[in-house]
Design a protein. Sequence first.
Length: 246
Amino acid sequence: MTLLSVNLNAVAQLRNRRDLPWPSVTGTARVVLDAGASGITVHPRPDERHIRRSDVFELSDVLRSEYSETEFNIEGYPSEDFLELIEQVNPQQVTLVPDDPAQATSDHGWDFVGKGNFLRSVVQRLKRPDRRISLFCDPDAGEAGIAAAKATGADRVELFTGPYGACFDDAAEAERQLSALAVTCRAALDAGLGVNAGHDLTLVNLPDFQKAVPGVAEVSIGHGITADALLMGFAEATRRYLAVLA
Ligand SMILES: CC(=O)[C@@H](O)[C@H](O)COP(=O)(O)O
Ligand SMILES: NCC(=O)COP(=O)(O)O
């Protein structure tokens, strides 16, 4: 079974449109965990465009006090600020992503060979018996990339599914992306690494992904599930407003 970690970046981004506390990031975390999600993912970017530092601490408090079995997954580029945040919050999983601070969103995995020494030192600093380290991984990382990822001491890789998610209107390209993801996933599992996956996964593209790429331990999903939640929830919200106005 593949676990679902819900990424709350998009909820925080909506909240940040106004200087108001809704939609509530911690409130949404409670809703998705009560509905059966296994974890919460956030990617606090340096400009705080969505998740703020304060959200990370508030979420951590809620998860520890109310959902002790839940995994908190914090993603980000391992800057000194990020490493200190991880040391303070102590989440169960950290996903290291090679993002430039100005980047609009995550769009590539690590160069495991070129950045091997850097990643090894970061993994050594962050790794603890109760904390898993995962490394964001290109779909075509291949066996050499996976061997270098394994050599860093990380526990898992997270397959970057953005290129697959972008093929929503190109079935042939989606097939090619799935083949590459399956090869990299197999290589990671054979190397003894766990495998996560994420970026632009949706209700529509997840079934084919599940079939083509077996063995994935966890997917993290934010943008797609937020879009679905809006459409699935607007009818009920509208009815409630109308009831107030009647
Ligand atoms: C792994 C990763 O870094 C992302 O998929 C991410 O969390 C998305 O970030 P944004 O929500 O900022 O686009
Ligand atoms: N770790 C990837 C992730 O959280 C995916 O986020 P999104 O692309 O679904 O918003």
